[in-house]
Design a protein around this ligand. Structure first.
Ligand SMILES: Cc1cc2nc3c(=O)[nH]c(=O)nc-3n(C[C@H](O)[C@H](O)[C@H](O)COP(=O)(O)O)c2cc1C
Length: 373
């Protein structure tokens, strides 16, 4: 039976995955209050629908970088997708391509940049973690070489968040199950069979690059980044990257403006899905607090679980939203078909929500349609 909502996909994912792997996907930082807060922010926003509007053919197209897009969704960069489903990066990228939405490959992907470019015929973006400057330059130029024209710099992982579920389970990459994890894996034979057939995933982009020493690979695994990366370094990255540059993890409007003043093309308001700093505010609250006048394209993620959440973020000023766990639940449940189902569900529900709020198009969404408490 197709997913009826995201909870359905999540439950299926939970049944299929060993607990330690599900916890890696589902969990947040520290006491996980941030996960609740991210959801709570969306419930602060209620619709005030217009009536007697012609909504006979709702238009789902969005716009960023001055171009029209079929849908306002982007598949967020997520590491270690291969542990959720064999070949998970390619499965996600194909699902995204079939819906005409961009897929963003993570630095911590389990498939190389080159392989995704070769095997998937869709728009693909690359997300950069700066472990060392040399490695970052190398990854960016590899992405450029295979046709990637949008680079996302993630700024909210100077160090890894304290994820208690992972600390308890011992989850890490390379995935080398100890006795507890091994029993957990044996109890989930469908997952285990897939992993054995495919081989346990590794950080593919690290293994395949000349610039990555064993220490840098270990640093990425532990998310030990270059903590000296600052505004000057961003300015240099802006100068050296010829394509579109987006900065992810921004949580203050003054930082957003500063990004724009350096020539950045887009900003992603995000608290990394509450996986980094448990007490970080929810990015939606930034949009609730004040209309964004950023001067660049604006994206948002963290807590989006259905199309209604997306419509709220778009009404408050986002040009597009990123799907993180929502699409991963689909992937972990049934692979590429599951990821497609999640995107289809978002699309169908987007059309329904537009119709119900009396708004004929995504581009016509505005603050006028919501009330915030
Ligand atoms: C399992 C998992 C892995 C992630 N890995 C990365 C990553 O490698 N790079 C990155 O910039 N963000 C990463 N993120 C954060 C997502 O890009 C996105 O910001 C977040 O999932 C949005 O929140 P949501 O899951 O509540 O929708 C990851 C998120 C999850 C759930």
């Amino acid at each position: 039976m197709p997913f009826i909502d995201i909870h359905h996909a999540r439950r299926k994912a939970q049944r299929r995955l060993p607990r330690a792997v599900f916890d890696y996907l589902d969990g947040g930082a520290e006491n996980e209050q941030g996960l609740t807060q991210n959801r709570h922010a969306f419930s602060r926003v209620r619709f005030r629908p217009h009536r007697l509007v012609d909504v006979s053919s709702p238009d789902t197209s969005a716009s960023w970088f001055g171009e029209s897009r079929p849908l306002p969704f982007i598949v967020a960069p997520t590491g270690l997708n291969g542990i959720l489903w064999p070949d998970g990066d390619v499965a996600l990228a194909r699902a995204a391509a079939s819906a005409g939405i961009p897929f963003c490959l993570s630095t911590a992907a389990t498939t190389t940049i080159e392989e995704v470019a070769r095997r998937v015929d869709g728009e693909f973006w690359f997300q950069l973690y700066v472990v060392t400057r040399e490695l970052a330059d190398d990854l960016a130029s590899r992405a450029w070489k295979v046709g990637c024209r949008v680079l996302i710099l993630t700024t909210d992982v100077p160090v890894n968040g304290k994820r208690l579920r992972d600390l308890r389970s011992g989850f890490k990459i390379p995935f080398r199950p100890g006795p507890r994890l091994a029993i957990d894996a044996i109890r989930h034979p469908r997952w285990l069979a897939g992993q054995l057939r495919h081989g346990f995933p590794e950080l593919a982009n690290m293994k395949s690059t000349g610039a990555a020493s064993l220490e840098t690979q270990a640093a990425l695994m532990a998310r030990k980044m270059d903590t000296s990366f600052d505004w000057d370094a961003l300015a240099r990255l802006r100068d050296s990257w010829r394509g579109r540059l987006i900065v992810k993890g921004i949580m203050r409007m003054d930082d957003a403006w500063r990004c724009v003043s350096l020539g950045v093309d887009g900003v992603i308001l995000s608290n990394h899905g509450a996986r980094q700093l448990d007490d970080a505010d929810s990015p939606l609250n930034l949009l609730i607090d004040s209309p964004p006048e950023v001067g660049s394209d604006l994206f948002l993620d963290s807590g989006i679980r259905d199309a209604s959440d997306a419509v709220k973020a778009l009404s408050l000023g986002a040009n597009g939203v990123m799907l993180g766990r929502a699409i991963l639940y689909g992937l972990a449940a049934t692979g590429e078909p599951g990821a497609r189902e999640v995107i289809d569900m978002f699309k169908t529900d987007l059309i329904r929500t537009l119709t119900l709020i009396g708004c004929p198009s995504v581009k016509a969404l505005s603050r006028d349609l919501v009330a915030c408490s």
